[in-house]
Design a protein around this ligand. Structure first.
Ligand code: PLP
Length: 452
């Protein structure tokens, strides 16, 4: 238990000692952090006792909702039995083995191997090292370049931030590292110009082939992409995009890495976004929904052919102290058991996602909303000055204003520029979706009253 303090005391202590991730330190200094103290179901409570509907499931991760005693019990039992051991040097333990087996059961056909990490970023560091190692074993060590996408997000470590295409991250500290290339994103609303969505989707996919030819197939190791860009602003590619990417990848010997850190574990209504879109990845980084965020854990699900090649290569000099951590593995196993036994993924597909999407579309009539899009348990609203021309507000921080109204009204929505996004816990009920929609509309109205 943490000690009880007043909000002001926590804020002061936090200001003095805590360097928080992705936080504007100048702003934090002036305003003080929001202190979240407890959670249950789809709700959080802050240190002032306000109840907040968490429409972001933490950071896209609390798939089974907060307050699951079973997960706490699983951690407790495992801590007493074997709190730590590692998987290095030909050792293993039951939780990691059982978890790899459970993941193989839900993963796409032919992807029955898992390398465990502590996070999604570490999973993508593993991807970078693994794909280069793979091609070296195959006798093609020149195949080193990885193609990612502008505005993609693959984490915050040096490799993760380099694979991602976030300009602001690249500007701090000379990223990306060499050997990483980025192509355009399939963001029709923001960048489609005069093209219709399908033509734009094909254009964006063709950028991959252009890049492969420019770099030379003999130098390209892999293409990495999120099925739906999350942190970039819930960017759902036009329907033409993935089929065309698949056609291109079929022509070249390049590994396909589908980053499932957000889409994995049910968010699209399938276990993995790859299954939703019919992709056939070679590697799938995972994290977040793997443990519903209750404890840190990530991994890379590996196609059997790739695992076979790795086996031929002898030792892979790679791993983390916490790879397959027994307590994290026990929690992940229990989390997967809950997702399966409560048929949460099926419920998302058949009931909750169709309901959320139908209700989400109602927001398209709001004067501030240029587009209301969504898929599965993901939603985005593009806030615009002119619905017809898709023209945005310039320099008014409309997204941040809207986000402030959300906090003020007991709702967490995230702002990516002027795109408002949601990714609620998968267990949210239709009645709670109704509550969420009421709050969203209220916050849009409050924002519109200031800027329109
Ligand atoms: N990949 C994707 C698609 C993500 O959205 C994230 C985090 O948001 C990551 C990787 C990085 O995961 P982590 O924050 O666990 O390192």
């Amino acid at each position: 238990m943490t000690q009880h303090r007043t909000t002001a005391e926590w804020q002061a202590l936090s200001r003095e000692h805590l360097l928080a991730p992705f936080s504007d330190y100048k702003q934090l200094g002036a305003k003080g952090a929001r202190i979240v103290t407890r959670a249950d179901g789809v709700y959080l409570w802050d240190s002032e006792g306000h109840k907040i509907l968490d429409a972001m499931a933490g950071l896209w991760c609390v798939n089974v909702g907060y307050g699951r005693r079973e997960l706490a019990d699983a951690a407790h039992r495992q801590m007493l039995e074997l709190p730590y051991y590692n998987l290095f040097f030909q050792t293993a333990h039951p939780p990691a083995i059982e978890l790899a087996n459970a993941i193989a059961e839900i993963a796409p056909e032919g992807m029955s191997h898992v390398f465990f990490t502590g996070s999604g970023s570490e999973a993508n560091d593993t991807v970078l090292r693994l794909v280069r190692h793979y091609w070296a074993i195959k006798g093609q060590p020149s195949k080193k370049v990885i193609i990612g996408r502008i505005n993609g997000y693959h984490g915050s470590t040096v490799a993760g931030a380099s694979l991602g295409g976030m300009q602001a991250m690249h500007e701090q500290g000379d990223l990306p590292i060499p050997g990483i290339e980025h192509i355009a994103q399939p963001y029709w609303f923001g960048e489609g110009g005069a093209l219709d969505p399908q033509a734009f989707g094909e254009w964006a996919a063709n950028e991959l082939e252009k890049k492969i030819l420019e770099v030379g197939e003999e130098n390209v190791a892999a293409f990495i992409a999120e099925p739906i860009q999350g942190a970039g602003g819930v960017i759902i590619p036009p329907e033409s995009y993935w089929p065309r990417v698949r056609q291109i990848l079929a022509k070249y010997a390049i590994l396909f890495v589908v980053d499932e850190v957000i889409c994995g574990f049910g968010r699209t209504g399938e276990w993995f976004g790859s299954q939703y879109y019919g992709l056939e990845p070679d590697l799938m980084p995972i994290a977040k929904g793997l443990t519903s965020g209750y404890i840190p854990m990530g991994g890379v699900i590996v196609r059997d052919e790739v695992a076979q090649t790795l086996a031929e290569g002898g030792e892979f000099y790679h791993g983390y102290t916490y790879s397959g951590h027994p307590v994290a593995a026990a929690v992940a196993l229990e989390n997967i058991r809950i997702l399966r036994e409560e048929k949460i993924v099926e419920r998302v597909k058949q009931e909750t996602a169709p309901y959320l999407q139908r209700r989400w579309q109602e927001l398209a009539d709001h004067p501030l909303v240029g587009e209301a899009r969504g898929l599965g348990m993901l939603g985005a609203l593009e806030l615009v000055k002119d619905k017809q021309t898709r023209a945005r507000f310039e320099g008014q921080g409309v997204g941040m204003r809207c986000r402030e109204h959300c906090f003020g009204n007991g709702l967490i929505m995230r702002a990516v520029g002027d795109t408002m996004i949601v990714s609620p816990p998968l267990v949210i009920t239709p009645a709670q979706i109704d509550d969420m929609l009421l709050l969203v509309r209220k916050c849009l109205d409050a924002t519109a009253a200031e800027v329109l």
